[in-house]
Design a protein. Structure first.
Length: 296
């Protein structure tokens, strides 16, 4: 089955991608994880829909039968340590190398140098994976994995280890849930309504809470930039976003959040718009009202 939601690089190259079921996931992990471990890498395998197939997933009972791709988490500090690539050698071998002056300017800027170092280390990891039989794009870190005559898309995602749990979701109730539904929409909305005070962005005029949610770092103080609760403290994040009785699992699914917010109507009001409208049963008063509204 060709998919569109993942593996865009492979799909655009004409690769017919198959969806990942549990058997394919476990087989891929059995092949790829030893390669990463040989390089001294401890990867995260419980992210996304495919990750819910993992025996070590903290929220058992997934309803998923397949997923578009596999997301493997790679810690950036570990990547830099295990693959300390030479920036200038990487640049010389790249498709569009920087000129000497541009390179010198970039190396003199700590932030730009760090970004270049990460790109060089990613390319080194991709080369290592490819050498070990896993064709990997050096820019996107997308692995073209093949097994049993089928092609699959696997993404090596560089994200701080402390944030991995924020991408581990509970699929025991919400089979079609997407991670982005949580950390792009619902978590930020709850962070705003749960903030101690509201501040106005001087650039946009938009009112924001003094706390914001980061999918990499967790709960962050917008004014100081300090991490208040990292992804490793998911229970603490849940208690802030919802209430003192909330747990990490409560905020790991759409259904869990909705149930936990029953005691907090104001917070539910802030996120209700992100939930699909309930189906209207034919023949009910609501059904006739819906019909009449669309005939006017």
């Amino acid at each position: 089955m060709t998919i569109q939601e993942a593996g865009k690089r492979l799909a655009s190259a004409g690769v017919d991608l198959s969806r990942v079921d549990k058997a394919a996931y476990l087989a891929a992990k059995a092949k790829i994880n030893p390669i990463l471990q040989k390089a001294g890498m401890t990867a995260g395998w419980t992210s996304g829909g495919a990750g819910s197939f993992d025996p070590e997933h903290p929220y058992p009972g997934t309803l998923r039968t397949d997923s578009g791709d596999i997301d493997i988490m790679i810690d950036p500090q570990e990547l830099l340590q295990k693959f300390p690539a030479d920036i200038e050698q990487w640049n010389a071998a790249s498709d569009k190398p920087m000129g000497p002056k541009a390179m010198a300017n970039a190396l003199s800027d700590p932030a730009k140098k760090a970004k270049l170092q990460m790109s060089a280390s990613k390319a080194a990891l991709a080369d290592y994976m490819t050498t070990n039989g896993m064709d990997t794009d050096p820019g996107t870190l997308t692995v073209h994995y093949t097994a049993g005559g089928k092609s699959y898309s696997i993404d090596l995602i560089v994200r701080p280890r402390a944030g991995w749990s924020l991408h581990t979701h509970d699929f025991s109730q919400d089979v079609g849930m997407r991670g982005g539904d949580l950390w792009n929409e619902i978590y930020p909305a709850l962070a705003k309504v749960s903030s101690q005070k509201q501040i106005v962005d001087p650039k946009t005029g938009e009112t924001k809470g003094n706390f914001q949610f980061s999918p990499d770092h967790g709960l962050v103080d917008r004014e100081t930039g300090q991490v208040v609760a990292s992804g490793a403290e998911k229970d603490k994040i849940a208690q802030f976003l919802i209430g003192p009785e909330a747990s990490a699992r409560d905020i790991s699914s759409l259904s869990g959040i909705k149930k936990a917010l029953q005691r907090y109507p104001e917070k539910w009001k802030a996120v209700e718009k992100f939930y699909p409208a309930p189906a209207v049963q034919e023949g009910t008063r609501e059904w006739f009202r819906f019909i009449m509204d669309h005939l006017q």
